[in-house]
Write a protein that binds this ligand. Structure first.
Ligand code: WTA
Length: 678
C-alpha cells in the first residue's frame, strides 16, 4: 500500500517562519524557509556562500523540506568527481509523480496545473491538478497493463501537449524511464534514439500541429520502428481528427485510457533510479543519452524554478520551449509542477498567426514569468515594437532567456520593449547535463545589478571555476578560461546511457576533479560570469544543440562527396548557422544547386531540418595537419573574416590550401551581396 506521506509544505513553511521570528532573521527566512537553520546566514549572499561552503547541510535541509519522501534519505551525497561518481540522497525513497501531482491535489485539487496554449490562437485548454493526476493514472495503468515494467524505457515522440506531460509523469509513476525525442527529429534520428534506449514502447500522436501546418508524426514513428526490433507497441493519441493507419502493434491511447481506473499506485523509487534519458549532441557523430535520476534532478529543477524566476504561488509560468529539450523537461514540466505551479504548454511558433503570438498569449493567459530563447527574440525585434505594445503585458514580472548567448541588442529590446523596462531579465546558463540552471542573475538581492547579456551569478550550491590551457585554476578576475564546476550538485547528470566511459572521458577527464562544461567563460572584474561559447565542435542553431560531426557524417554519405568539414558561423537570427565545406569526389559533375538540394534532403532525413547547411562552399581540399586532422579552427577564422587570427599555419600539411579556402569564401560573399542588390 502507498503510505500517506504527503505533508503540507505551507504548514512547514509557517513553522520555519516562527523559528525565524525568534532568531531575528526574517528577511532571509521569508526568502528561504530553510535559512534560519544555517548559522550566520543573514543575507542572500551569505546564503549563497553557505550553500557552497556547507553544501551538504544546505542540500540536506532543502531536500528534506521540499520533497515528499516515502522514506527519508540517509546519505546526502556520495560524489567523487575524479571518478565521475555522483549520488545524492541515497536511502531515500519517493515517487516523482506524487511530488508533482498528488501532494498538490491533496491541498488544492482545483488549482490549474497546465494551460495548453494550442497552435490555434485563442483556444487554450486548462487542466487542474486533479485532472492531470487522473490522466496520468489512467495512462500509468495502460502502460502497466500492457507490460511496461519498472526500469523499462518508454520513448515519447509527441508535440508539447497535456498528454505528453501525462506520458512523462505516467512513466515516473510506474517506475519506467522516459526518453522524450523532439518531434522535429527525423525517422532515422528517432530510430537511433529508440534503439540506444532499448525502448519496447513508443508513445506518439497521429499528427502534430505547429504554425498551422500538420506533421505526420505517426508515419515517422512507423518508419522509425521498422529498424527497431525492441519495439512491441506504439500508443497513438489523436491530436487531430485525421485517422491514421493502425497496425497490430498500434494501440489507440485515449480509448485504452478510458477503460482504466483513475487511481494508479505509485512505484516506490530509490533516489538514484533513472527518471529519464535525454539525447543530446556531443563532439562525435553519435548523440549521448544523458541520464538523470529521481530525487536530485527534481529537487534542483524545483529550487531553480522557484528562485531564478522568483516564482510564487498563483503565478502563471510561461516557458515556451518544446518538451523535447531539457528546458521543456525542467521548466515546463518538472520544476513548475513540483512547486505546485501553473505552467503553460506552448504548442505554436513565435510568428503564428503573426509576430504578436507570444504577447497575445501573455495577455490572454496572464503570464507572470516568460522564458524563451534569444533566437526568437532576435526574430521578433525585426518585426517592430507594435507587435508587442498592442498587448497588455502588465502581468509580467520576470523575463528569462536560455540556450545560447543573448546579444546586447536583443537583451535591451526584451527588457525595454517586452518588459517595459520594469522586469528583470535573467540570462540563464545551463545544459542538458546540468539538469537545471547553474548561472543566472537571480536569485540575488532584489535591487542587485543585472548586466545585459551576462548570466552573472552562480546558483545555490554551484561553484564555477575557470581553467587555463594547462588545466590550472585561474583565480583572478577579469579573465577567461574553460568553465568547470568544482563541486557536485543534485541536478547534474549521472552517466551516459550504455557508455559510462564516454561520460568520464567527456566531462571528468579533461580537468581531473572537476566537471567540464564544454563552454568557455569570462569572469569580469566584479566576479560575474559571461559565457563565451563552446570549446568543442558543438554548435547552437536557433538554440538547438547539434554536433558538427553529426552533420559531417550525413554529408559524407552523399555519393558525390569525398569529405567535408562543418562549422558554425555567426547568424543574425539563428545565433549560429551551419557552414559546410565540401570536397567532391574526382570526376564528379554536379551543379551547386543540385548538391545543396541533395544535402538538405539527406540532413533533414537523417537528423532534422534545423541542421541543414545554410552555406555550402566547394573546395578542392581542406586544410589539414600533417597527421591528417582537419583544422576547423582555421576554417572558423576564415568564415569569421579574422585572417590575422589564423595563427600558426606551420603545422599544416599544405598551407596553400588555406588561400584557396579564403578565395572560395570571398566568392560566396560576393554572390550573396549580388543577390541582396535589387
Ligand atoms: C549554450 C540548454 C550562452 C551553451 C539549456 C551550453 C548558453 C549549451 C546559455 C547547452 C546562455 C545555454 N548563454 N550559452 N544563457 N544557455 N547555452 O544542452 O553552449 O541544449 O553548453 O541546454 O547551450 O545546450 P543544451
Amino acid at each position: 500500500m502507498w503510505p500517506c506521506v504527503v505533508s503540507s509544505f505551507s504548514r512547514r513553511l509557517v513553522a520555519s517562519l516562527g523559528v525565524c521570528g525568534r532568531r531575528k532573521c526574517c528577511g532571509t527566512a521569508a526568502f528561504m524557509p530553510e535559512a534560519p537553520a544555517f548559522e550566520g546566514v543573514r543575507s542572500r549572499s551569505e546564503l549563497r556562500d553557505f550553500s557552497v561552503s556547507d553544501s551538504e547541510r544546505f542540500w540536506a535541509a532543502v531536500g528534506n523540506q521540499r520533497l515528499s519522501w516515502i522514506s527519508p534519505f540517509h546519505t546526502v551525497q556520495d560524489c567523487d568527481l575524479t571518478q565521475g561518481r555522483i549520488k545524492w540522497f541515497e536511502g531515500g525513497k519517493l515517487n516523482v509523480s506524487v511530488n508533482c501531482l498528488d501532494r498538490h491535489v491533496h491541498t488544492s485539487p482545483d488549482r490549474v496545473a497546465l494551460i495548453w496554449e494550442r497552435d490555434e490562437q485563442g483556444s487554450e485548454v486548462k487542466y487542474t491538478y486533479r485532472e492531470l493526476l487522473e490522466m496520468t493514472c489512467r495512462l500509468g495503468n495502460v502502460l502497466r497493463r500492457r507490460g511496461v515494467k519498472r526500469g523499462d524505457c518508454v520513448t515519447i515522440y509527441m508535440p508539447t501537449c497535456p498528454l505528453a506531460v501525462a506520458a512523462m509523469l505516467a512513466c515516473a509513476r510506474i517506475g519506467a524511464a522516459h526518453n522524450v525525442v523532439f518531434a522535429g527529429f527525423s525517422a532515422d534520428a528517432l530510430a537511433e534514439r529508440i534503439r540506444d534506449a532499448e525502448s519496447n514502447t513508443v508513445i506518439t500522436v497521429n499528427q502534430g500541429v505547429r504554425g498551422g501546418k500538420f506533421t505526420e508524426l505517426k508515419k515517422t514513428v512507423d518508419e522509425a520502428v521498422q529498424s527497431c526490433p525492441s519495439v512491441q507497441q506504439v500508443l497513438v493519441a489523436m491530436r487531430t481528427d485525421t485517422p491514421v493507419v493502425m497496425t497490430a502493434r498500434d494501440v489507440a491511447m485515449e480509448e485504452e485510457m478510458l477503460k482504466e481506473d483513475v487511481v494508479c499506485e505509485p512505484a516506490v523509487m530509490n533516489s538514484e533510479d533513472v527518471l529519464f534519458l535525454l539525447y543530446t549532441s556531443g563532439s562525435t557523430g553519435k548523440p549521448k543519452g544523458i541520464v538523470h535520476t529521481q530525487a536530485g534532478y527534481l529537487l534542483y529543477a524545483a529550487l531553480t524554478h522557484r528562485y531564478v524566476f522568483s516564482y510564487h504561488d498563483g503565478d502563471v509560468f510561461g516557458c515556451v520551449a518544446d518538451i523535447g529539450w531539457i528546458t521543456g523537461h525542467s521548466y515546463t514540466v518538472y520544476g513548475p509542477l513540483a512547486n505546485g505551479g501553473t505552467t503553460v504548454l506552448f504548442e505554436s511558433t513565435p510568428i503564428y498567426p503573426d509576430p504578436g503570438r507570444y504577447w497575445n498569449t501573455v495577455e490572454r493567459l496572464k503570464i507572470n514569468q516568460f522564458y524563451g530563447a534569444p533566437t526568437a527574440i532576435r526574430l521578433l525585434l525585426k518585426y517592430g515594437d507594435h507587435w508587442v505594445t498592442k498587448y497588455d503585458r502588465s502581468t509580467l514580472k520576470t523575463l528569462g532567456s536560455v540556450g545560447e548567448p543573448i546579444n546586447t541588442e536583443a537583451w535591451e529590446w526584451y527588457h525595454r520593449v517586452v518588459g517595459d523596462g520594469r522586469c528583470p531579465v535573467v540570462d540563464t546558463w545551463w545544459q542538458t547535463e546540468t539538469g537545471g540552471i547553474c548561472i543566472a542573475p537571480r536569485p540575488s538581492e532584489p535591487d542587485a545589478e543585472i548586466v545585459p547579456g551576462m548570466a552573472m551569478r552562480p546558483f545555490f550550491g554551484i561553484k564555477p571555476v575557470l581553467m587555463d590551457t594547462e588545466g590550472k585554476v585561474l583565480t583572478s578576475n577579469n579573465t577567461s578560461g574553460a568553465l568547470c564546476m568544482a563541486q557536485p550538485w543534485p541536478g547534474m547528470a549521472r552517466t551516459i546511457r550504455n557508455n559510462h566511459q564516454r561520460f568520464i572521458e567527456t566531462y571528468y577527464q579533461p580537468y581531473p576533479g572537476y566537471f567540464f562544461t564544454g563552454d568557455g567563460a569570462y569572469r569580469s572584474a566584479q566576479g560575474y560570469y559571461q559565457i563565451t561559447g563552446r570549446l568543442d565542435d558543438v554548435i547552437n542553431v536557433s538554440g538547438h544543440r547539434i554536433g558538427t560531426a553529426e552533420i559531417e557524417d550525413v554529408v559524407n554519405q552523399c555519393s558525390a562527396v569525398a569529405e567535408s568539414a562543418v562549422i558554425g558561423f555567426s547568424h543574425d537570427i539563428k545565433g549560429e548557422g551551419v557552414y559546410a565545406f565540401v570536397v567532391l569526389k574526382k570526376n564528379i559533375d554536379i551543379k551547386e544547386d543540385d548538391l545543396s538540394r541533395q544535402l538538405n534532403k539527406m540532413v533533414s532525413k537523417k537528423i532534422a531540418k534545423y541542421a541543414c547547411p545554410d552555406v555550402i562552399q566547394l573546395a578542392n581540399r581542406l586544410p589539414k595537419t600533417r597527421s591528417g586532422k582537419i583544422m576547423r579552427r582555421v576554417l572558423r577564422k576564415v568564415v569569421e573574416r579574422d585572417l590575422d587570427g589564423l595563427g600558426d599555419l606551420s603545422t599544416l600539411d599544405d598551407p596553400t590550401a588555406v588561400q584557396e579556402i579564403v578565395e572560395g569564401h570571398n566568392a560566396i560573399l560576393r554572390k550573396q551581396q549580388q543577390k541582396q542588390q535589387p
